[in-house]
Design a protein around this ligand. Structure first.
Ligand code: SF4
Length: 178
């Protein structure tokens, strides 16, 4: 049976941007909650780290992306347009994604998760800490496959041109959404 081609968005529907941002913000709140429970200084360091990661994405990805200054699935392209000049689309496609590139992003979830578990052991059971500590796991295995697999990458114009991240996660099958 012939599969229908997914719709490619020149601009994503607002509801997808909203859902993607709620998921992302919940992840940041969960991480920050744990790190602030540890100490207000670790909480501040965590937030600075998150902002640093965001700006790295704007600078090294979004400004070269098809959606620059337009509505991508995550709304980041608009923010990139405020802080960075438009880059070159060729830079986006030239890049290669590897696990090494994902380490800084993963640390943003793994460190609060480890701290959360340590807090539960050292300070005793605390429901909100438990929820915040397991949120990244739910995110990785349940929410992200839906967010990336169904709502964003599948309909992405940049992905239909070429996206190293999509290529990496689809294990080299193809980077093109046809
Ligand atoms: S294909 Fe996915 S990861 Fe790549 S630019 Fe589009 S939304 Fe982002």
């Amino acid at each position: 049976m012939k599969r229908e081609k997914p719709q490619i968005y020149n601009k994503y529907p607002l509801w997808i941007v909203l859902v993607a941002n709620i998921i992302m913000i919940l992840g940041i709140i969960a991480g920050a909650y744990i790190m602030f429970r540890l100490h207000w200084i670790t909480g501040i360091i965590y937030l600075v780290y998150v902002v640093f990661l965001e700006f790295t994405v704007y600078k090294e990805g979004c400004r070269d992306c098809y959606y620059y200054n337009s509505r991508c699935a995550f709304g980041k392209s608009y923010i990139a347009g405020i802080f960075f000049k438009k880059g070159d689309g060729k830079n986006f496609t030239k890049r290669k994604t590897s696990w090494k590139d994902l380490i800084p992003i993963m640390l943003g979830s793994i460190i609060p998760m480890i701290v959360g578990i340590a807090l539960l052991i050292s300070r005793g059971f605390h429901l909100l800490t438990l929820i915040a500590a397991i949120y990244p796991v739910v995110n990785w295995f349940v929410i992200n496959p839906i967010l990336y697999g169904q709502l964003s990458c599948k309909h992405c114009k940049q992905g239909s041109i070429c996206c190293p991240a999509l290529e990496f996660f689809s294990k080299g099958k193809t980077s093109k959404i046809k």
